[in-house]
Write a protein that binds this ligand. Structure first.
Ligand code: ARG
Length: 271
């Protein structure tokens, strides 16, 4: 989608300003569009723009694509791009610190309208965040060097387990590590994966789809264990701040599920 989406979003935005109504690709009115004559009804931090925070890279959900004029791509980016289009907003993606995003801080301080960062919906996070409906189901996993002989967490006694700070993978590692293991936190998978490849850590415990991509990229690494943590990703909004935007995003998501757009995007990354 890339540039095309952005241009389409821009055109929708103009249409909204001029006529106060938008249509989807089938020519039906978009439910979530602003009322006639009212500007920025969805109360985004910048009128006409959906500013989305995401911690990048976390392939296949969000990662850099040198060929893409907008720089970022991935499952989450495509989903929010489509949501922005349906809401008549232009998408702007801001690469942000995951820990500050999952704590609710980046949202509370108006850095972005929405967090789309493969973020698991948890009760703890709900204290500071309003989550959209779930849009992806996930699990945890353990990635190690093929020749390491490590096949489970228990083999990591006396070794180090790398995690991304502030993630559910970090929590899982803390709760299930064997005695004598060391947990090393990194700000991003962008540091975590090179650290494993350089032998600075002996394993990465994180979301399974991301570890699977690493094992696919470099045959010297393998996912040896999966943990059924029953996680679901949601998009994040500042707590109790913008119920209209929350409802609009959920509405767009539901539409995308109903008309096959969600499945199309899903298949592009996971089929
Ligand atoms: N799903 C995990 C969590 O919510 C990890 C998410 C990390 N996302 C990212 N874009 N770096 O804690």
């Amino acid at each position: 989608m890339g540039r095309f989406t952005k241009i389409v979003a821009g055109v929708f935005g103009m249409t909204l300003l001029l006529s106060g109504c938008a249509m989807d690709s089938l020519g039906d009115p978009v439910d979530a569009s602003p009322e006639p004559g009212q500007e920025n009804t969805l109360g985004t931090i910048t009128a006409g723009v959906l500013t989305v925070c995401s911690e990048i890279p976390f392939e296949p959900f969000e990662y850099e694509d040198p060929a893409d004029p907008e720089k970022y791509t991935g499952f989450d980016i495509d989903i929010v791009g489509e949501i922005a289009t349906r809401l008549g907003l232009e998408l702007v993606v801001v690469d942000s610190d995951f820990d500050a995003l999952q704590s609710g801080l980046s949202l509370a301080t108006d850095k972005c309208d929405l967090g789309a960062s493969a973020m698991t919906i948890t009760e703890d996070r709900r204290a500071n965040i309003d989550f959209t409906d779930a849009y992806y189901d996930s699990l945890q996993s353990l990635l190690v060097a093929k020749d390491s002989g490590i096949t489970s967490l228990d083999d990591l006694a006396g070794k180090s387990i790398g995690v991304q700070k502030g993630t559910t993978g970090e929590i899982y590692a803390e709760q299930n590590q064997p005695e004598g293991a060391q947990i090393v936190g990194y700000p991003s998978d962008g540091e975590l994966w090179p650290a494993l490849q350089a032998g600075q850590i002996q394993a990465i415990l994180q979301d399974q789809p991301v570890n699977v991509i690493h094992a696919r990229t470099d045959a010297a690494y393998v996912v040896v264990a999966e943990y059924q943590t029953d996680e679901s990703y949601g998009m994040a909004l500042a707590k109790d701040k913008n119920p209209e935007l929350l409802a609009a995003v959920n509405g767009a998501l539901a539409e995308m599920r109903a008309d096959g757009t969600y499945k199309q995007i899903y298949d592009k990354y996971f089929a």
